[in-house]
Design a protein around this ligand. Structure first.
Ligand SMILES: C[S@@+](CC[C@H](N)C(=O)[O-])C[C@H]1O[C@@H](n2cnc3c(N)ncnc32)[C@H](O)[C@@H]1O
Length: 246
């Protein structure tokens, strides 16, 4: 958890006010269709790596039996409250081994936190080890180098007794390395009426499309890029849909 953003540690309980489950309905439906259309046979057991607060899972669980892995115990706790019927496992997506296979492995925006090619290799190897022959793996990074642009976003929600708003600024201090920064400022309204702020730096990886394809293939998958367009959230402009040869 060294270097992990505060959002996934001491601020994790605020996650549902930063990113609400209902904002994920449209994209979760796209991921569901891609998984079902691509898998060879029935897709029932799905492993999500970096499942965070479980927002995608809150939609996908109606269609799949989900096992949710995240390295943050605090985020797993948030997800358990939203998705008590799902299995939750604490683990690092680069190295976790559950000693069983799934019909599909899904990695959403959490893969943005892989800052080196070795990190990505670790995730693809984990996905391959947990994917049955003929099964599918879907990787949905926020950006590839070819689609990356400096961006500013804002949002947040009111809860029953407290509220959060945020400003998110994604930028690239050094175009010659494989990382970008996502700086978030949060404004918290506490139940007692007090207001405070936090600055939180997220270090994310940025890799060319060809690197994604090469590393996923090196793990043993067959892979193709798939376009993904969502108005609601500025993530997932492109996904990588992989199959483990049967
Ligand atoms: C943006 S949140 C994911 C939100 C998720 N897509 C959802 O639907 O709620 C990113 C998550 O990635 C997790 N994460 C980052 N690096 C990880 C790693 N190496 N292994 C497992 N989880 C990781 C963080 O703990 C955090 O919960």
């Amino acid at each position: 958890m060294e270097g992990s953003p505060k959002l996934y540690r001491e601020l994790a309980a605020w996650w549902p006010l930063l990113s609400a489950p209902e904002d994920y309905a449209e994209e979760a439906e796209d991921y569901r269709k891609l998984i079902l259309e691509t898998s060879d046979g029935e897709a029932r057991d799905v492993l999500e790596l970096g499942s965070g607060g479980g927002n995608n899972a809150s939609h996908l669980k109606a269609h799949f039996r989900l096992t949710l892995v995240d390295r943050s115990p605090q985020m797993l706790e948030v997800s358990r409250r939203l998705n008590p019927e799902c299995e939750h496992v604490e683990g690092d997506m680069r190295s976790v081994r559950l000693a069983r296979t799934f019909d599909a492995v899904f990695v959403h925006d959490a893969i943005a936190y892989m800052a080196t090619e070795d990190d990505l290799r670790g995730v693809f190897s984990t996905a391959f080890e947990h994917c049955r022959a003929g099964g599918v793996a879907l990787f949905v990074p926020d950006h590839v180098t070819e689609t990356f642009e400096t961006a500013v976003d804002h949002g947040g929600h009111d809860g029953p007794d407290r509220a959060l708003r945020y400003l998110e600024w994604t930028w690239d201090p050094d175009p010659n390395d494989s990382t970008v920064r996502m700086d978030l400022t949060y404004v918290f309204h506490e139940p007692d009426g007090s207001v405070h702020t936090e600055l939180d730096e997220h270090l994310c990886g940025l890799f060319p499309r060809a690197t994604w394809l090469r590393l996923i293939e090196e793990a043993g998958f067959e892979v193709r890029p798939v376009p993904l367009v969502h108005d609601e959230r500025p993530v997932g402009s492109e996904g990588f849909l992989a199959t483990r040869p049967g």
